[in-house]
Design a protein around this ligand. Structure first.
Ligand SMILES: [Zn+2]
Length: 292
């Protein structure tokens, strides 16, 4: 009995991303494809999203070009593949403010947006620093920060401080401060809606990019290896990785890195006519598959 249908929707990708971004210290290990995506969680009369992608316009397009992003499609096109419109999205959970996760909130006019207060306030602080600190702003579009602050003025922003359970039935927010970013968070979906769920999914944002962050590169001797980009600390990333895997009942496959192309080896998926992948993690009772 699953409460929610859950899809990972690729909306763009980078064909050749250096492996050292995915895995700390993995220099001279070539490149791999990096999908950009967001998550749709639909059921019980509600549609929620985890992250919203970026808008391929203005500085968003400049940042995307600098990272070699291809094949961008707007949410209306991407979400149609799972039968959802941007207007019906009622809740958005932002894992962190990097442009490819928080850069398209204007496309979701009816959504209430949840973000950690620390994520927003520390980026505002970072924006105020002198130019020599600009490395801290890597991957941030200042206009996204301003648009998010404006949502507070519109009564559509919820600033969370730490963990919060059941923001929507079965969906919990978990703070991961000073990790990939100042106030990253990850999201769990307990798809049986019970407290000690045996059907829990963990949506990791960029706390892990790839399976190797959770199991290392030697199957005989697993270890945690952090991602290659942290505004906070690698220690905090590693301890958060342990916590996420515990919340997924010890099953690494249920910790979902949105930038991991190899989700296709674990779950049913298909390529859409725009060349992007839709991956189906769960189907609510009565919901038809969108990949078969
Ligand atoms: Zn990020």
């Amino acid at each position: 009995m699953a409460a929610y249908s859950i899809w990972v929707m690729e909306y763009a990708h980078v064909l050749e991303q250096p492996t050292s971004l995915f895995i700390y210290g993995a220099h001279n290990q070539g490149h791999r494809k990096m999908p950009y995506g967001y998550i749709v969680v639909k059921g019980g009369g509600r549609t929620s999203m985890i992250d919203v992608g970026y808008n391929h316009a203005a500085y968003g397009a400049v940042l995307a070009a600098s990272y070699g992003v291809n094949t961008w499609q707007p949410p209306r096109v991407v979400l149609a593949e799972c039968g959802v419109t941007p207007e019906e999205v009622s809740n958005v959970f932002i894992t962190h403010a990097h442009f490819d996760h928080m850069g398209n909130l204007e496309e979701f006019p009816n959504a209430t947006v949840f973000i950690q207060e620390r994520e927003l306030s520390k980026w505002v602080w970072s924006m105020s620093l002198e130019r020599r600190f600009r490395w801290l702003m890597l991957g941030i579009d200042p206009a996204d920060i301003l648009r998010t602050v404006d949502l507070a003025r519109q009564g559509r922003l919820v600033c969370v401080d730490g963990d919060r359970e059941n923001v929507v039935p079965g969906i919990d927010l978990h703070a991961a401060f000073d990790t990939h970013t100042w106030g990253s968070m990850y999201v769990t979906v307990r798809n049986d809606l019970v407290a000690n769920s045996s059907d829990a999914w963990v949506f990791a944002g960029d706390l892990v990019y790839a399976q190797e962050n959770m199991r290392g590169t030697d199957p005989a001797d697993p270890q945690y290896i952090p991602v290659g980009l942290a505004t906070g600390s690698q220690f905090s990333l590693i301890m958060t990785t342990e916590e996420m895997i515990e919340r997924a009942g010890g099953d690494l496959r249920r910790v979902i890195p949105v930038h991991e192309e190899r989700l296709k080896d674990l779950f049913p998926s298909r390529i859409t006519k725009t060349g992007l992948r839709i991956t189906e993690l769960a189907l609510a009772d009565g919901e038809a598959s969108r990949v078969r």
